[in-house]
Design a protein around this ligand. Structure first.
Ligand SMILES: CC(C)(COP(=O)(O)OP(=O)(O)OC[C@H]1O[C@@H](n2cnc3c(N)ncnc32)[C@H](O)[C@@H]1OP(=O)(O)O)[C@@H](O)C(=O)NCCC(=O)NCCS
Length: 179
């Protein structure tokens, strides 16, 4: 099963997820990535619009990746991104990653809602058995959000990530398909 160039969209109670296109590489999106509060536990710490366009194109070209923008359903405002990469149909699993880039929108359950849409799709439509993700150990906001969705820690790679002078644990979490 190949996912490249496959346009998918998902509609939730308050959000719409749709495939990212070049037009979504806005100054606002670049500012999220460049914001030290947003990028604190992200690998990417800076981006220009050109780099974002290249990133969107790179994700679009990959057979095993779907990269979505997260948009408020009513206003259409872009508030973040969510990605399945890699999608591994043979293994019946996928890896998920999320960023709610607009800080004003934190704590409103939007990470939970957008992740649940993709989790349901993976389990109910694709018949997958497992969703995996990684987080920095200190990223309590993310870990709390993931635990609320049912993810559990399966491995901790102590001191395996370095951002500048700081060394962090990498926490691997997974969610098994409910029985
Ligand atoms: C981590 C992140 C995705 C959470 O998104 P969010 O939309 O604010 O999360 P939700 O509102 O869906 O929160 C779900 C749960 O996590 C909790 N939570 C969210 N932020 C929290 C924080 N800063 N501290 C503690 N708990 C937090 C919520 O309270 C909620 O639990 P509750 O209903 O029991 O209160 C968002 O802060 C973000 O994108 N940060 C920057 C990028 C990033 O770190 N991405 C994750 C990389 S692994």
């Amino acid at each position: 099963m190949h996912f490249a160039h496959r346009t998918e969209s998902f509609t939730g109670e308050r959000l719409i997820l749709r495939t990212m296109t070049e037009g979504d590489a806005t100054q606002t999106y670049a500012e999220w990535i460049n914001n030290p509060e947003v990028n604190l536990y992200l690998e990417t710490k800076s981006a220009t619009i050109e780099e974002l366009i290249a990133y969107i194109e790179q994700k679009d070209a990959k057979d095993d990746t779907l990269f979505f923008g997260i948009f408020l359903k009513e206003e259409g405002t872009h508030i973040g991104t969510i990605k399945l990469e890699p999608i591994e149909p043979e293994e019946k699993k996928a890896t998920i990653a999320i960023m709610i880039g607009d800080k004003e929108q934190w704590g409103k359950g939007y990470a939970g809602e957008s992740m649940q849409l993709l989790i349901n799709w993976c389990f109910d439509d694709l018949g997958f058995e497992k969703i995996e993700l990684g987080a920095i150990g200190k990223n309590t906001a993310a870990i709390h959000a993931y635990e609320k969705l049912g993810f559990a820690e399966v491995r901790r790679e102590v001191g395996s990530v370095q951002y500048g002078d700081e060394v962090h644990d990498h926490v691997l979490m997974e969610l098994k398909r409910p029985v």
